[in-house]
Structure formats: C-alpha cells, structure tokens
Design a protein around this ligand. Structure first.
Ligand code: VG1
Ligand code: CO
Length: 543
C-alpha cells in the first residue's frame, strides 16, 4: 500500500459542537479540510495499530466521498481493519451498537443529523470511542487544539472501494468488511422487546401505523423491522428511501417539520399510531390518534411503564435528562426511588453515566430518548418501546398519556428558537443574561422570578467540568425558563428558549401548552431583551 505524507495548512474552524463537527458541504469540500480533521482525530485518539474502526453515515450528499477519504486516511495511518455499512449507510444508534458489538476501538459517523442535505446543505462528522459513545469534551477540545497547528497528514492510495458489495474484502493489506447496516441492530431490538406481542398487534389488520422515515437513514431499518419482521402491512413505512438531499426535506421529527404527520393524526382517517425519525435515525416523534407525545413526556412514560418491557424488567439503575428537558422524569424517578441525573445538552454527557451503570434510560427535549442498549439516542428503539407498551397494555397512546398525567401531573412545555444572523449579538444577549443572574430575583420579583443561575456541570464519574451550559430561571413555584445557544448550526446563531410549567391541576392539564406557557414566553423576551439585541419580535420556530 502506497502512503503519502501531504503538507497542509491549519483551519481555524474545526471545533466540534454539541454533536461533532458540522459545517456547510462547501466548507468540507475545501482541499485538505476533511483530511486535516481526520488526522487530528487519529492523532488524539491514539489508537493501537491493530485497531478496528466502524464507519457509516446518514447517506446525505458527500457521504460516499467522505467515507472513501476517511478509509484512505485511516489506512495511511496504519489502521487496516475497517467495518463499513453497505453503501456507507449506518444510522447513528446502529453505528454505536456496531462499535460495541464488534469490539472496535472507535467509529466515524458522517452525519449532520436533521440539518438540510445536498450540495448547498450541511455535512458533519463525529468520532465515537470504543464504548460507542461520542468523544467526550476533553477529547474534542484536544482535537480542536491540534487542528490549529497541523501541518501534514498521511493518506493511502487505494483502488476504488467496493462499498456496494456486502462481504469481506482484502484490498492491498486493508481488511474491509462491508456489512448490512440493519442486521445487528435488528437482533439487538429483538432482544429488548417482545416481538411476538408487537407482531400480534400489527398483524391483526385492526391496528394501523404510519412511520415516516423522512427520506433519511431509518427507512431500511423501519421497513425491515416494522414491516418484514413484525408484519405491519407494506406501506406502513413511508418516505423509506434514503435520499442524498432528503428529498429537500428537513428531516427533523417535530410538529413543525413533520406537520403533515400531525395533520394525519388529527384527521378522521388517522391510524392508531404514527412516528417519525430524523436524518441519522437517533431522534423520534411519537403520535397517537389526535395527540402528539411530547418527548419530555415520552421519557417519563417509558420510565414509569418500563416494567412491561422484557429488556427492562430488571428495573432501572437510574435515569437522566439534559438540563433544559422538563422535570416530568424527575417525579417518576422520585416515585421509583431512583436517581435522576441532570446533564448539559448533548448525548455525550450521558455516556459516562451509562458506562458506569448509573442510569438505564435518558433523554432530551429535542426528541431524543434511549437507554443503556447503546451510547447514542435511538429513534426506532423509542418507537418499538411505545408499540410494545401498546401491545402489553391494550391501551391507546392518548390513554397512556392521560393516565400518566393523572398520576404524575403534566409539564406544559414549549421551545422557542430565534435565528440570529449576527453571532456577536447572540453572544452579547447570553452574556447579558449571565451577568444579570444575581440581580434577577430582586429586579424581577414582581414577575415571579425566584432564582436564576448559570448551569455548570461536574461529571460524577470522572469529575470533568463543563461550565456555562445555559441559564436557568425559576418562576413562581412551578415554572422555569432556560436560555442557551445552539451548538449544531452552521450559520449565524440560534437562541433556544425553553419554557416549562408543571401542574397537577386537573383543569389545566388538558389545556394546549402553547397558551399555558405564553406568559412565560413574554417574560423570557423581557428578561433577555431579545428585541433590543436582535430586532426579532417573535420566535423563528416554536416546537
Ligand atoms: C441539538 C439538541 C440536542 C441534541 C443535539 C444533537 O443541539 O438541542 O438536544 O443532542 O442537537 O442531536 P443544539 O446544541 O443545537 O441545541 V442530533 O439528532 O442533531 O445528532
Ligand atoms: Co440526529
């Protein structure tokens, strides 16, 4: 194998965010850009020469070219044992599982999740460690520091790689295994859930379901598991072909981007159950006839009812949520006498807790839930969990949700995003809030502000610290506003404002969350002076 050392120059914008390095495709296509980053990953990951690496992506534009480059850089650095998904496809949770199951030293995941795809769209790369989880902050920071000084990388000259041919290939000293992306993942799901019971529900013909893969990576997974294995009628999975540009969609399972699914479930022809997933298959949206399950509630319901599910009958070691996620799960944990950990936003913060067996279930408000079966969030897993619950209880989605609220109360929840073109303005706004925290309860007492603080996190497993992870404002006895800047965008800044009000009041529980939290939305605008800093008078996005 011929290996070349290529002289390069450093780029200053290779700092990974909430979930890897995300940039415009045009940025990734600059000469040396991807190779540089990969070389820095390899340098800092410090892998043994016989390391095995798993590679896959969400199938978006540039996936194939990036995977070929990655294999060449890996081979150039002496890594000769590579597992790659067929045609370069692997959903994020399936990749996480495959890393663990194959004893790999790590994995490269090519995805920008739900961000738009295509030549004008976004691309991304994540490095996951041997646990299957995303590189911790300490490692991504080291990778970033190295990217500022890199001057050369090593790359192998390889022939055309047979990514479309499943099987084991020996190529010039490189062992390349091209695997079916679904096989191992499907077996894992079969071990967690009662497939006979779900199958009995789906095969009868009385129960109807619609799974929207949004032209992204979960199509092949959902078709195999829901239709072929579990017997849902063909056509139950829609938009099931992964497309390089996601068909122009924004594959983010939420009531705005998957509005047609919400409409379907509100209509007279609504099936019993609907769900959607995102670009890389780690997010999920669950809907019943006439209702959408908010992800914060979904996490709480799964925790409350886990005893029905074979894979979780042994009980939960503990649970965790990201700080902005509603406190619905906290009350379930309290009732079960288990710990509820609160982490910064981003799945990587759950990984230490999962590895240490301190938690079994975890989730985020951004339509992500998962468990100790993987080290990433998992969209289809959540769908199967809900289907298994419906099969076990014989109840509908809305009945399970209402019963949950009756027992535990409800957290009305809404997230408002403001797209701010000027990142300096966005930063000034957040800095202003963080400076104002101390005075806020005094200055805004009449408005009900009780406490305000910046969220700093100390990882209970390794003691690492992550500071300034958002600003939390407590209002009255039962409400909360959280402010933070997004770490996954590729242009400008996005201010996320999370609004939440908990209630046990039977009259308030069924009200629409939008109207219940409207007074909080107003207060959030006043506290943060959004209009002053950005001239924006209303959110760009409410979900
Ligand atoms: C967002 C979500 C966060 C999620 C992250 C990656 O991050 O808020 O909860 O973990 O996306 O999800 P941010 O920094 O933009 O708020 V995914 O499905 O894009 O890998
Ligand atoms: Co995703």
């Amino acid at each position: 194998m011929q290996v070349t050392t290529v002289k390069t120059h450093a780029f200053t914008d290779q700092r990974p965010g909430t979930a890897g390095l995300r940039r415009k495709v045009s940025v990734f296509r600059q000469a040396h850009y991807l190779e540089n980053f990969l070389q820095c990953v390899l340098h800092e990951a410090d892998l043994p020469a016989d390391a095995r690496i798993v590679i896959g992506g969400d199938g978006r534009f540039f996936n194939d070219a990036a995977i070929r480059t990655a294999i060449a850089v890996l081979a150039g650095n002496g890594i000769r044992d590579i597992i790659v998904g067929h045609n370069g496809l692997l959903s994020t949770p399936a990749a996480s599982h495959l890393i663990r199951a194959s004893g790999a030293a790590g994995g490269l995941l090519f995805t920008a999740s739900h961000n738009p795809a295509g030549p004008e769209g976004d691309f991304g790369i994540k490095y996951n460690t041997a646990s299957g989880g995303q590189a911790p902050e300490s490692l991504t920071e080291r990778i970033h520091r190295r990217s500022l000084t890199i001057s050369e990388y090593r790359i192998a000259q390889l022939p055309e790689l047979p990514l479309a041919r499943i099987g084991q290939h020996e190529i010039d000293g490189l062992r390349l295994q091209v695997v079916d992306p679904v096989d191992d993942y499907a077996t894992l799901m079969q071990g967690l859930f009662d497939f006979d019971r779900i199958s009995a529900l789906l095969r009868g013909g009385r129960f109807r379901l619609c799974f929207d893969a949004m032209n992204a990576v979960t199509g092949p997974y959902a078709r195999r598991i829901l239709e072929r294995t579990l017997g849902a009628p063909p056509g139950s999975v829609v938009r099931a072909e992964p497309l390089a540009d996601f068909g122009g969609l924004h594959p983010d399972p939420n009531p705005v981007d998957a509005a047609d699914l919400v409409d379907l479930m509100a209509g007279s022809e609504a099936p019993d159950f609907a769900a959607a997933s995102d670009g890389d298959g780690d997010r999920n949206m669950i809907l019943g006839r006439g209702c959408m399950v908010h992800p914060c509630d979904s996490l709480a319901v799964l925790a409350a009812l886990h005893g029905h599910i074979p894979g979780y009958r042994g009980g939960l070691a503990g649970v965790a949520r990201s700080m902005p996620t509603s406190r619905a799960i906290d009350r379930v944990a309290a009732a079960q006498g288990i710990d509820c950990h609160v982490t910064p936003t981003g799945w990587r913060f759950f990984c230490n807790l999962l590895e240490a067996d301190m938690i079994t279930l975890c989730g985020e408000e951004s339509f992500g839930t998962s468990s100790s079966h993987a080290r990433e969030k998992d969209g289809l897993w959540a769908v199967l969990f809900w289907l298994d619950l419906l099969a076990a209880t014989g109840e509908s989605v809305s009945a399970l949700l209402s019963a949950h609220w009756r027992t535990f109360g409800r957290d009305h929840y809404l997230r408002q995003d403001y797209f701010i073109a000027d990142t300096d303005q966005a930063q000034a706004l957040v800095d202003g809030l963080s400076h104002a925290c101390r005075e806020m309860p005094g200055a805004w007492r009449k408005a009900g502000v009780r406490a305000a603080s910046e969220f700093d996190y100390t990882d209970p497993v390794d003691g690492s610290q992550s500071c300034a992870q958002g600003i939390e404002v407590h209002v009255g006895a039962d409400a909360r506003i959280v402010f933070r800047l997004s770490g996954t965008g590729t242009q400008g800044a996005t201010l996320r404002v999370y609004l939440e009000r908990a209630t046990q009041d039977a009259a308030l529980i069924p009200q629409p969350s939008q109207s219940v939290v409207e007074p909080l939305a107003r207060l959030a605008r006043e506290l943060s002076r959004i209009e002053y800093f950005t001239r924006l008078t209303r959110p760009s996005y409410s979900i």
